[in-house]
Ligand binder design. Structure first.
Ligand code: ADP
Length: 544
């Protein structure tokens, strides 16, 4: 028997119509370095209509891919809405990828048009001649005449292209299962892999972002979106904001602690989203130059494990860090750590530092090496697998049997993340499978060691990798960045750890570095650190 309900299609066009009509005065604010420029959602919708007309004029008539090479700002939000709503596919290019990777992803996605921010023109210019399918480059907030167009490419000014376009557009009906947007993972092994979100997956994910036990995004929020729009769709915050009428505060290219602090003072966000390294930087500044952060009371932090010491420091500043786990492949919301009702004190804290609880739409299981399922007892450790309506079922144009296809089986995504699950459904990740240190047949969690070392007051950042060891096969090496003006010796740091970790896990290899190398999305780049260690570039102290 079929139900009697309507078949309401979940589409970005509907999100755009809803946000701009019901939440007409909500706004997107873009930081300019010295102040802000602002647009209401009504104005955003008008600009989206103009962009859609302009793109039609450039031959975008169906599901062509439109690349964006942009910061988080008003125009990027306009593209987020206009491109999928007109039936085309938004491809957010990660501006921090290596040139060869950018070439690979633009060609693999077959981008037809690229929208580029004026400040990023020099970066794009280096790779543009290798983009085989791009026919048009549109320069946003910049001088189009500065772009050297390769043969077959026409360069346009965004402002001029949109100037005389109508500010209404007949958004076509689009099947909710068709492609809306795509993101490539940064590809720690092999080529980057494309994840293609559908209108339906984005809509459902947006609802999750707004749920109370998730990010709880609401109409009363002013969301500071630091996580880049090219990194897992800014964790879904822009679309969710249109759904509930939250305002968006976009930092544009001003991602350093100083301008972020100025923007917080001027624009008074209520919530924010960023990876841990951004908060570490902001914390260091706030220690030197205290500032009232109100009304900022919550910050969603994910992308890598959030050090508990960082959470504790922000607690003191009145900002609750909400730890969340996700991946590009999971849209990205996978789990969010909201302690269960009735717990308090240390018990509450023990929940907060976990990666979080799975929402109703995300199924999870824990797998042993032999392919059997492990119990949820917070002890058994295995690889996490997830499934759900906003979890990828495949990578774009990766056929069964090709590199990357092994991540998907029986309708489940193999996350490559290793950990345990509590009986009440909280994820506790211990590591990424490739970062675990295998010492004498036992596993050492690099993340646990990092968190413990980073709790030392003299330490700004610490990254732990496994280095080859004749006797144990691998042993941990701790690369420490000292906080400004602080000092500590390897012996002191190891004694500090002695009370906190098992004796056999205590690292004997230590090195001090100026900065932990970071990936294109701001995570510790352990691949580079491993290469530096293997290449003898680090000055390593070996304690006996
Ligand atoms: P990439 O794989 O290119 O780094 P993603 O941003 O998709 O791109 O990374 C997803 C991975 O980030 C997860 O598989 C996991 O290893 C890590 N991650 C995300 N959030 C957390 C978290 N809260 N704690 C630990 N690891 C996390």
């Amino acid at each position: 028997m079929l139900g009697t309900m309507q078949d309401g299609q979940l589409s970005i066009a509907n999100l755009l119509r809803h946000g701009s009509r019901v939440h007409a005065t909500a706004e997107v604010v873009t930081w300019t370095g010295t102040g802000s420029r602002r647009a209401t959602y009504t104005e955003v919708a008008r600009e989206a209509a103009k962009l859609a007309h302009a793109l039609r004029g450039l031959g975008v008539t169906s599901d062509q891919r439109i690349g964006t090479f942009m910061w988080n700002n008003n125009e990027h939000l306009v593209a987020y809405l206009a491109v999928p709503a007109m039936g085309a596919v938004l491809h957010t290019l990660n501006i921090r990828l290596f040139p060869e990777q950018l070439t690979y992803v633009a060609n693999h996605a077959e981008d037809h048009v690229v929208l580029v921010d004026g400040t990023l023109v020099p970066l794009l210019a280096k790779v543009l001649p290798t983009f085989d399918t791009v026919k048009h480059v549109v320069v946003v907030n910049g001088d189009a005449s500065t772009v050297q167009a390769p043969d077959g490419v026409t360069v346009h000014s965004y402002a001029e292209l949109l100037a005389d376009q109508p500010d209404e557009f007949e958004w076509p009906a689009v099947d909710e299962n068709s492609a809306a947007a795509m993101c490539y993972t940064s590809g720690t092994t092999g080529d980057p892999k494309g994840v293609v979100y559908t209108h339906r997956s984005i809509w459902l994910h947006s609802m999750q972002v707004c749920m109370t036990d998730s990010m709880a995004l609401a109409q009363s929020d002013r969301a500071l979106v630091i996580v880049p729009q090219f990194h897992a769709m800014s964790w879904g915050l822009p679309y969710a904001a249109l759904m509930v009428g939250a305002s968006l505060i976009m930092p544009d290219r001003f991602l350093q602690p100083e301008p972020l602090a100025a923007m917080i003072a001027a624009e008074r966000p209520t919530m924010a989203g960023a990876v841990p390294t951004i908060w570490q930087g902001l914390l260091a500044l706030l220690k030197q130059r205290p500032q009232d952060l109100a009304p900022l009371t919550r910050a969603v932090v994910g992308g890598s494990a959030c050090p508990p010491a960082l959470m504790a420091a922000f607690d003191e500043l009145g900002v609750t860090i909400i730890h969340a786990w996700g991946m590009t492949e999971t849209s990205p919301l996978g789990s969010v750590s909201r302690p269960p009702a009735g717990v308090s004190g240390d018990e509450e804290w023990q929940y907060r530092i976990l990666q979080g609880r799975f929402p109703g739409s995300v199924r999870a299981r824990l797998m042993a090496d032999d392919g059997t399922q492990l119990p949820w007892d917070n002890e058994a450790v295995g690889e996490l697998e997830v499934a759900g309506p906003w979890v990828a079922a495949a990578y774009y144009r990766v056929a069964e049997g090709e590199e990357g296809s092994e991540k998907f089986h029986d309708g489940w995504l193999r996350t490559g993340d290793v950990g345990a699950i509590t009986p009440d459904g909280f994820l506790r990740l211990t590591d990424r499978s490739k970062d675990i240190i295998k010492s004498g047949g036992e596993w050492i969690s690099s993340v646990d060691l990092e968190n413990q070392v980073m709790a030392h007051p003299a330490v700004a950042e610490a990254a732990v990798i496994g280095v080859p060891d004749e006797k144990w096969s691998e042993r941990p090496l701790v690369a420490v960045v000292l906080a400004e003006g602080q000092s500590a010796t390897p012996d002191e740091l190891r004694s500090f750890l002695a009370a906190k970790v098992a004796k056999w896990q205590l690292p004997e290899n230590w090195t001090f570095i100026d900065e932990v190398p970071k990936t294109s999305v701001g995570k510790f780049d352990k691949k580079r650190l491993r290469a530096a260690a293997a290449g003898g570039e680090l000055d390593i102290a070996h304690l006996s």
